[in-house]
Design a protein around this ligand. Structure first.
Ligand code: HEC
Ligand code: HEC
Ligand code: HEC
Length: 364
């Protein structure tokens, strides 16, 4: 049952959406169940067992407890849901089907890589957790489970007017907030959260997630690449500046061993969108010899062109002081394990040579 599930709760009094993020180890299952059905709403921590086609989960949220007994039919788990701890016990039916989109929504990557660790866990989880001051508020942070938290956070977004979203206005204390002011507009944390709101409300990215239209290059970058290469693609840590990279298709198709995963699902229209977005950055920040070298040559020949080895184990020799003719020849035709770079013209290579000779070929 590992993964993301979506479906519906139906009861005489209420009906609405439900979603779960579950982890299975052996027969033991843990995770969260998020309900949005009239009086039954919020995120429940759940645990239980799966045995063959039978699943039994117990969950709680504050004083409210639920038990779900489900059986598997084709790709859907369904069965009765009993809810206690309310004035009137609720009997409902819950059916969950594997989230066909794999739970991918615009902003999900950014949410997990930045919004959770930089804002929701350090700040909001002081109160918006089981047992916290805001335990009964609908907005719930489930530490360690971005999938469940994102579902809860999406409810606090105003798709019609994103600037009026409660998830921003409450912690800014622009609306009365039981937790007082927790975010200062313009601060790094506020910016991380505001950018997520902008991502999920961008055209074609309805907060319901179902729409899931094509993502723009900027969205793809923020979701899939920014956590390693930096928000502006300028590089950080081991991940190089790739603003002027010309072999994005190769990097996405094959990945880079343990350094970077492959992204085969992005090789169609998404690849073009990413390439255009990076081309724009290359122009904005400058198509310089340094940027061309960093994005195309540095992984194999080393950041200072004294020789290196990329994450796939291809070793390039030191080339800092190599003659310009040799550069032109190798870049045009490749050599052995060095690929050709058809997207780099002679001017580009001249820029790389000038950069290497002036900046890197020092001390002999
Ligand atoms: C010190 C405790 C505390 C902290 C920290 C806190 N909150 Fe709250 N929050 C509350 C309380 C209490 C409520 C319920 C009363 C209310 O609605 O203002 C609440 C309500 C909310 C609501 C309204 C929920 C709804 O649907 O009605 C949102 C949205 C919210 N908080 C967002 C946040 C965000 C985002 C953060 C982190 C940046 C945060 N809060 C940090 C205490 C806190
Ligand atoms: C988990 C971190 C990580 C993520 C996520 C990631 N990268 Fe990388 N990427 C790296 C690292 C590290 C390298 C350098 C690999 C090496 O040294 O061979 C790299 C290399 C590259 C290269 C190739 C540079 C070369 O000369 O071989 C390109 C292009 C690239 N990344 C683009 C992207 C794009 C586009 C995305 C998003 C779809 C992305 N990366 C996501 C870490 C990442
Ligand atoms: C995937 C790894 C890889 C990348 C990326 C790469 N190279 Fe190479 N390069 C090599 C290897 C391996 C050799 C040695 C080829 C041989 O002799 O078999 C080499 C050789 C060269 C040589 C000749 C060095 C000599 O001693 O004869 C030059 C010049 C060179 N590369 C320039 C570049 C430039 C400029 C770029 C970026 C536009 C680049 N390379 C990108 C792997 C790479």
């Amino acid at each position: 049952v590992n993964g993301a599930w979506q479906g519906r709760i139906t009861a005489a009094a209420a009906a609405g959406a439900a979603a779960a993020a579950l982890t299975q180890r052996g027969a033991h299952v843990t995770g969260t169940l998020t309900a949005d059905a009239g009086p039954l709403h919020g995120t429940f921590a759940v645990s239980g067992r799966v045995h063959g086609g039978a699943l039994r989960l117990r969950g709680r949220r504050g004083r409210i407890r639920l038990v779900w007994r489900a059986h598997l039919d084709a790709a859907t788990w369904s069965g009765p849901l009993a809810v206690r701890g309310r004035r009137t016990p609720l009997r409902a039916a819950l059916a969950l089907t594997r989230d066909a989109a794999g739970g991918v929504r615009c902003g999900d990557g950014w949410f997990a890589s930045d919004v959770m660790p930089r804002v929701l866990v350090p700040i909001c989880a002081q109160c918006h957790v089981e047992g916290g001051l805001a335990a009964t508020a609908p907005f719930r942070v489930t530490v360690g489970d971005a999938g469940a938290t994102v579902l809860s956070a999406l409810r606090e977004i105003d798709a019609g007017d994103p600037s009026q979203s409660k998830i921003l206005l409450k912690p800014r204390a622009a609306l009365p907030h039981g937790g007082g002011q927790r975010l200062v507009p313009g601060s790094a944390e506020d910016d991380v959260l505001a950018r997520w709101v902008a991502l999920v409300t961008a055209p074609g990215c309805g907060p319901a997630g179902g729409g899931g239209g094509p993502r723009t290059g900027a969205q793809l970058w923020a979701d899939e690449c920014a956590s390693c290469h930096g928000a502006d693609a300028g590089g950080q840590g081991e991940a190089p500046n790739v603003r002027c990279a010309t072999r994005v298709d190769d990097a996405l198709g094959r990945g880079r061993g343990t350094a970077m995963p492959a992204f085969p699902e992005l090789l169609g229209a998404d690849l073009s969108a990413l390439e255009s977005w990076l081309d724009g950055l290359c122009t904005t920040y400058g198509r310089t010899g340094a940027a061309l070298y960093a994005g195309n040559c540095a992984t194999c020949h080393g950041p200072t062109a004294r020789g290196g080895r990329n994450a796939l184990g291809v070793a390039g020799p030191g080339i800092a002081c190599e003659g310009g003719g040799d550069y032109q020849e190798k870049v045009a035709n490749g050599d052995g394990r060095m690929p050709a770079f058809p997207a780099l013209d002679r001017t580009d290579v001249d820029l790389i040579v000038s950069f290497a000779h002036a900046e890197l070929c020092t001390g002999g």
